[in-house]
Write a protein that binds this ligand. Structure first.
Ligand code: ADP
Length: 415
């Protein structure tokens, strides 16, 4: 939904205008506190307009934002209608509209509810006579029902869609994770068997190139060694995948894992003249985890951030304790008591092509000439084994990428 921002803006703007008009029309201006009420109504209704303009697209698309706007607008409109002493009819119809829209499953259903509501309003409030002879208040209220209905329908349909997108992503991830788990176990077996012959090839190639003086042969032997070393790298990643399945969960400091991944990446960071901006890594972050594995997952993310960055770029790492996971396992079973640690890694590198985003965590997906495509798949598997998630987003071409890792906090509970 590329136009989500502008359609929200237009409908929220219309909603605000029509409510303010109803207020101006319905509340006597000489009444007590008129100006204060008008100003607070305008401020409360105007805030979402500013938010819609400035908040990032992924926050705007989240079901949380849409639900908050839906409930917030419904609540403010109820107060404004009460101030304007709108007829009981309008009130009832408006409540019907909110409930109906909240329960509806699609835009079409919501619009049907809007149609029924406006017919009800028409039947109740239309005074016999020509349409134009109806009082202004009648048309304002009629317009209000339609604007409110369209805005609510839009929000409700988008919130529904965002929820099912979240659920679909999570389910797809589970399938990917299971595939990766069996693939990892099998691949690790094969890799284990290939390791010995590969070592023999490398050692023999080295021995032969030390013995020969024929330049052509030295070149060929050099290529054999290079390619065998590359196979060795792939084998290492594959063997690591297999090891993920056997990790042990002990009380671990997540912040320390991040620090040790940063330390390991130190030489590369200095070589690429990258600046690191970190926060929240000084405070211990207790999780149930395998510290080597968590550090390995963070290293994979850092490695990608370094490789995507230009010389002199910046990598920001922020660790915070947060109250809820980014991806809900089951929307009806959210426990708001659950606490999570959230690590955000933002680089100022090349960014991610939107068409690559759905494939990023798939095993063997790579856009690099000599990449293995196992870094993110392995990192995700490790974090999933810790009941956590990794989310990736692009900040735009050439503007960098953001990876968010969430792991449940330990909170002193037994493992
Ligand atoms: P590899 O690094 O071997 O390619 P990964 O699984 O680690 O494998 O990464 C898969 C792909 O995801 C990369 O090839 C790259 O296209 C993309 N990617 C991962 N991290 C970033 C990042 N920080 N910036 C841009 N692209 C990234």
């Amino acid at each position: 939904m590329p136009d989500r921002r502008s359609s929200y803006f237009v409908f929220q703007g219309l909603f605000m205008s029509v409510l303010l008009l109803i207020f101006i029309y319905g509340v006597p201006q000489h009444g007590p506190g008129w100006h204060e009420r008008f100003a607070s109504l305008a401020a409360i209704l105007g805030t979402p307009l500013v938010l819609i303009r400035i908040i990032p697209m992924d926050a705007l698309s989240s079901w949380g934002f849409q639900a908050a706007l839906f409930v917030g607008d419904a609540a403010v409109a109820s107060v404004a209608l009460q101030w304007a002493q709108a007829g009981a009819n309008l009130y009832l119809i408006y409540v019907l509209l909110i409930f109906g829209t909240a329960l509806s499953r699609s835009l079409l259903q919501s619009l049907f509810i809007a149609l029924v509501s406006s017919i009800l309003f028409f039947a109740k409030s239309y005074r016999p006579g020509a349409a134009l002879s109806q009082p202004t208040g009648f048309w304002l209220q009629f317009f209000f029902i339609w604007v409110a209905a369209c805005l609510m329908a839009l929000l409700s349909a988008d919130a529904e869609r965002a929820q099912s997108e979240d659920r679909r992503t999570y389910e797809k991830r589970l399938v990917d994770a299971e595939r990766l788990s069996s693939l990892g176990q099998m691949a690790a077996e094969v890799a284990h068997k290939i390791k010995a012959p590969l070592t023999t090839i490398m050692v023999n190639a080295e021995y032969a190139s030390a013995k020969t003086r024929a330049p052509g042969l030295t070149k060929v032997l050099g290529e054999i060694r290079e390619e065998a070393a590359r196979c060795g790298e792939i084998l290492k990643d594959v063997l690591n995948l297999g090891r993920i399945e056997e990790l042990d969960l002990d009380p671990t400091d997540f912040a320390q894992c991040v620090r040790s991944a940063l330390r390991a990446a130190g030489p590369q960071i200095r070589k690429s003249r990258l600046k690191i901006d970190e926060s929240g890594l000084e405070t211990p972050a207790r999780v149930a985890g395998d510290k080597t594995m968590i550090a390995q997952a963070i290293s994979a993310l850092l490695q990608n951030a370094i490789e995507a960055s230009h010389n002199g770029g910046i990598i920001r790492l922020q660790l915070v304790k947060s109250r809820r996971p980014l991806i809900r396992r089951d929307i009806w079973k959210i426990s708001f008591q659950d606490r999570f640690y959230r690590l955000t890694i933002i680089d100022s590198g090349s960014g991610i092509d939107p068409k690559d985003l759905p494939n990023l965590f798939k095993p063997f997906f790579t856009t690099k000439k000599d990449g293995t495509g196992l870094g993110l798949a392995g990192a995700l598997r490790i974090i999933q084994k810790h009941r956590g998630t990794i989310e990736a987003s692009s900040l735009g071409r050439g503007l960098g990428a953001r990876f968010v890792v969430t792991i449940p906090a330990l909170n002193g509970k037994a493992l």
